[in-house]
Every structure is written in C-alpha cells, then in structure tokens.
Design a protein around this ligand. Structure first.
Ligand SMILES: [Fe+2]
Ligand SMILES: [Fe+2]
Length: 194
C-alpha cells in the first residue's frame, strides 16, 4: 500500500468541514504555491502542505474566532478585535495542532502569520503567502495584485513587500486600520531588501 499524500489527506479532512468555495480557493493556492516553490528551488511539498493548511479556520464566524482566540489565550490586538477575521491564522494554527495532528513548527508558524507575512518565513512560507494573495479570483477583484503575481517569479520577498506596500496604500485610502504585524513584516523586509 502506498502512503497517502499528506496534502491530499489533509484536503480530504478539511473538505468535510469547509465550504466548497473555500476548498476551491485552497486548491488554487496549493497549485500556485507548488509552482512558486519550484521556481525558487524550495521544498514544493512543504509549500503545498502550508498552502493546504493556511485557511483551515477561515470559515469561522468573526464572533466565534474572537471567542476561540480569547479562550486559547492568544494575543489579541485591538485591530483583531475590530476585524476578528484577522484571527483565522492564529486560531487555524492551533486547530491544525489540536485537531489535525500537525506538528511541523514551520507549518504552524506559516499558518499563524499568513495574513501579514513574517520576517522569519522561509521560501516555502513566502510561496504559500504569495500564492494566497495572487489567487486569480483575488487579482480579478483587485487588479493591482498583478504586480505581486508578476514579481513573484523573480523574488518571493520582493513580491511580498510589493503586496504589503499595496495593502498600506489601500489602507490609507480607505481609512482602514493597519495590523501591527503587517507593519512589522514590511519594515523588516525593507531593512533586508534595500
Ligand atoms: Fe487566510
Ligand atoms: Fe487564503
């Protein structure tokens, strides 16, 4: 008997709980993350697994996310309180550990920070991060993301910085709050890349 593909095994368990639209998004992210990892000589299977795992808690309602984060004693920023959807990364990482048996710290860290990115990300986590942002349906809704998509073949970290720049400009225009984790990730990328 062949060992089941870990990505396929996790997908099967998630498909039983998550809405079809979210599963379809995750499928696209898995595919793109694999291509980006290959392009940059990174571990394709790790990138694909991170991508499969990243939105495990994305379907939870805002109130439920906040309640779970509080119960788990997770750090909750005031921005998380006004936009609890931002907690689906941290809550998802705990879910993966507690309910899906994921023990790889690289995966748990990547999922925890996948909304903002993190300076400790390796190439596989950046491949997952970028793949999530350049899902074609997202690029269709926000065409500026095409710059992130096109840049990602040259440099994952530069593409991540492009994304965080876009987010910041958009947040200023729309008067959105900016999560401190996004600011920290952007600052660190600038310091590293410039
Ligand atoms: Fe997400
Ligand atoms: Fe996602």
């Amino acid at each position: 008997m062949t060992t089941p593909d870990p990505v396929e095994a996790l997908r099967e368990r998630m498909a039983a709980e998550l809405p079809a639209g979210l599963i379809a998004h995750i499928d696209r992210v898995v595919h793109i993350a694999g291509l980006l990892a290959r392009q940059h000589g990174a571990d394709e299977e790790l990138a694909r697994f991170m991508a499969q795992a990243h939105d495990v808690a994305r379907h939870l309602e805002p109130a439920a996310l906040l309640q779970r984060a509080e119960r788990l004693g997770l750090e909750i920023d005031p921005v998380d309180r006004s936009e609890p959807v931002l907690l689906h990364g941290p809550v998802g990482a705990v879910d993966l550990y507690e309910r899906f048996g994921v023990r790889d710290e690289r995966v748990l860290h990547a999922v925890h920070w996948h909304t903002s990115g993190h300076i400790d990300y390796g190439p596989e986590a950046w491949a997952m991060f970028i793949a999530d942002k350049i899902d074609p349906t997202k690029v269709e809704r926000w065409p500026a993301l095409a710059d992130v998509r096109d840049g990602a073949w040259l440099s994952l970290e530069r593409a991540a910085l492009t994304y965080l720049d876009l987010l910041l400009v958009h947040a200023v225009t729309e008067r959105w709050q900016i999560h401190p984790a996004s600011v920290l990730a952007r600052n660190a990328l600038i310091a590293r890349l410039d």
